[in-house]
Design a protein around this ligand. Sequence first.
Ligand SMILES: [Zn+2]
Length: 327
Amino acid sequence: MSELHKFLFDGLPVRGMVVRLTDAWTQILQRRAANSDTGAYPEPVRNLLGEMTAAAVLMQSNIKFNGALVLQIFGDGPVKLAVVEVQPDLSVRATATVAGELASDASLSAMVNLSNQGRCAITLDPQDRFEGQQPYQGVVPLHGDRREKLEKLSEVLEHYMLQSEQLDTTLVLAANGEVAAGLLIQRLPSGGINNLSAGRSANEDEIGRNEDYKRIALLASTLKKEELLTLDVDTILHRLFWEEKLLRFEPLMGAAGPRFACRCSRERVSHMIRSLGVKEVESILCEREDVEVGCDFCGQQYRFDAVDAAQIFKSGVGPVPDSSALH
Ligand SMILES: [Zn+2]
């Protein structure tokens, strides 16, 4: 079962999380494999999308925000787009568009950053968006400060967290055909909780906080992908942090934890068809029996024949509803 574990380092300004997606991840892969238009993901794309999925669940759980978190990579290589969407209830869906040939051991830059134009975007789409409100979006490149191509998704996202959230973060991510998993360690903003060092100067305080975070981040960075994929969460935390005092929270799993769910519906697709306009839809229906729309996330096919289409334009399905209204 997929699970999310949160913990604090007792008395220290550092928090952490581990996510292990098993059923949630394999459902995403099985649906893709069953899609006769696309077939299964090539292995490196699968692993990238898995790491993105684990990271998006960690980021959704980490940011105090009521709405969908969407993690996207806009690639300039054979992978044009990879998208993961996580709702506040931790339901998740993910998809990627692959246009070209890929080596079986393709690196991150070979997939999405061939000419160093690839970008990673994090969008926070509030659940109760008022009219005219735009979702918040932060964009980071897939290269470092000296334009060197980054080869780890974790580094790209660490940059984002530092730039956009001003938070020091260490991420370890890994995925294969059965598991997508991630470890996040983060320095809590100073002046926050756990102010146990009254009497010391603010400066000493800050240095102490830094040292604590650095030590724990260093321990976290020794975690190997193989360990993250194969060990259970208790074993991982014990191996890394057996000398630290962890305060652990009740893990989120099952209906309260990360799980696959797609939010597509016939009604939503109707809105999409309506936005194409009567002319466009009529011209499609001149050439074929029905308008067929497949959901990229779950593979569900929606078909609308001439009668359905007439109904859509006649009834005027109404304004596009808020995304949260149709869960
Ligand atoms: Zn769907």
